[in-house]
Design a protein around this ligand. Structure first.
Ligand SMILES: Nc1ncnc2c1ncn2[C@@H]1O[C@H](COP(=O)(O)OP(=O)(O)OP(=O)(O)O)[C@@H](O)[C@H]1O
Ligand SMILES: [Mg+2]
Length: 392
């Protein structure tokens, strides 16, 4: 079973490329589901079909689509927990509607689409699931809950440990409200599912994240952050799609400026995301949508390759925590101790490598928040890997 997640900044082409990928997978005879949690119901627009709802609907042979309805999912899976937390706020005099807004943690809607995946994975309903996910990494944080809360099995046997999950976060507000047992049960269930989900998402053979960018600095920066944080969470990013590239032969001074600018950004992206698999996708002369156009796009970007392949399976960065030190390991083949230079600027690390043609390759890597209080202690290169050590 394969899970392919597309993420990237708004408008880069996540939805259309999720749909293209899913069509190609279905054509290759994989039973495929494409999932989106976008409240704007964009799957329907991309496929140009009348409806895509909250149950898988058949689009083509082997191809199903589902639009997660976060409100419904929330009510089904988490309703009583949310009501309980909201009731604590509301008892303190907060308006009830506002209490619900506050009780809703950031990234929770995204989390429900991920939990939906866990459900389909559990039932082995599909060979491939393609997910269209907004760029915020908020939801991924919840995957750490089971680890933070500890062994769930133990909690079932001992009642006392129970109050350490989601609800515990709101306990300081509620010295008096007892936690209802159904809330505890739902929370336990949720933690269990999160634990399974976390295993699915960090299994390189199952899950690949693909970054969608356009040849502009905003979407590249966004994707760099996504690459850093997903690597931190232990997820595998296997490819980058650079979408909306203008064809070079546009004979117009306005577009020549754009194509020249895009070329520099394409080069920057290739260095920044080395050694991930890079796909270049041109800006079509009309809006990319409809099954035929999406299928043609998939044929162009994947050519004869199977989109369910794991295109790259190593980590681009690795953070190793060793007591008070944090070591960042970065792959940099063809680099030796004389041809590179590392500097830190705030929460970015700038690595300059002089390549064989005498050009400087510059890679700017966002640093995790944990390094804010740390100093860059030493830089070493070992077997094609740059090791940067930070210390408190
Ligand atoms: N290569 C392309 N050529 C032409 N049009 C494109 C191309 N890629 C995307 N588009 C168009 O750009 C628009 C945005 O694409 P899409 O909705 O897939 O982006 P998104 O990343 O999902 O956006 P959002 O963040 O809003 O969900 C759509 O109208 C789509 O048809
Ligand atoms: Mg979208």
């Amino acid at each position: 079973m394969r899970l392919i997640i597309y993420t990237g900044k708004g408008g880069t082409g996540k939805t259309v490329n999720s749909c293209s990928t899913a069509i190609k997978l279905a054509d290759l005879n994989y039973k495929t589901l494409v999932i989106s949690a976008d409240p704007a119901h964009t799957l329907k627009d991309a496929f140009m079909v009348p409806v895509v709802g909250n149950k898988p609907i058949k689009i083509l042979d082997n191809l199903y689509a589902l639009q997660v309805d976060p409100v419904l999912e929330l009510a089904e899976n988490y309703g009583s927990v949310l009501s309980y937390v909201a009731s604590i706020f509301s008892k303190r005099g907060l308006d009830e509607t506002l209490s619900y807004e506050i009780a809703m943690l950031p990234g929770m809607t995204q989390l429900f689409s991920l939990l939906k995946i866990e459900e389909f994975m559990r039932h082995e309903s599909f060979d491939c699931i393609v997910m269209d996910m907004p760029a915020s990494g908020e939801a991924l944080r919840y995957l750490y809950f089971p680890k933070l809360v500890g062994n769930i099995g133990e909690k079932f046997s001992g009642f006392t440990g129970v109050f350490s999950g989601f609800v515990k976060m709101f306990q300081p507000f509620s010295s008096f409200a007892p936690i209802p047992t159904d809330v505890i049960q739902i929370e336990m269930n949720l933690l269990k599912r999160l634990e399974i989900l976390s295993k699915i998402l960090t299994d390189t053979k199952i899950t690949s994240l693909r970054l969608l960018i356009n040849p502009d600095s905003f979407s590249i920066e966004n994707a760099k952050r996504a690459l850093m944080s997903t690597n931190l969470y232990g997820m595998n990013v296997d490819a980058v799609i650079i979408n909306k590239i203008f064809p070079r032969q546009v004979p117009d001074s306005y577009f020549t400026k754009w194509t020249e600018y895009q070329s520099t950004k394409i080069e920057e992206a290739k260095t920044s995301f080395y050694p991930l698999y890079i796909i270049e996708e041109r800006f079509y002369e009309k809006e990319l949508k409809g099954i035929e156009m999406l299928r043609e796009n998939a044929e162009t970007i994947f050519a004869n390759k199977d989109p369910s392949r794991v295109f790259y399976s190593d980590k681009v960065f690795e953070f190793v925590k060793d007591g008070p030190t944090l070591i960042l390991k970065i792959k940099a083949p063809f680099t030796n101790k004389d041809n590179f230079d590392v500097n830190r600027y705030g929460d970015y690390l700038v690595i300059k490598i002089l390549d064989t043609t005498g050009n400087n390759i510059v890679n700017v890597i966002p640093l995790p928040i944990a390094t804010i209080t740390m100093k860059l202690y030493e830089v070493k290169i070992r077997e094609g890997i740059i090791e940067v050590t930070f210390r408190e």
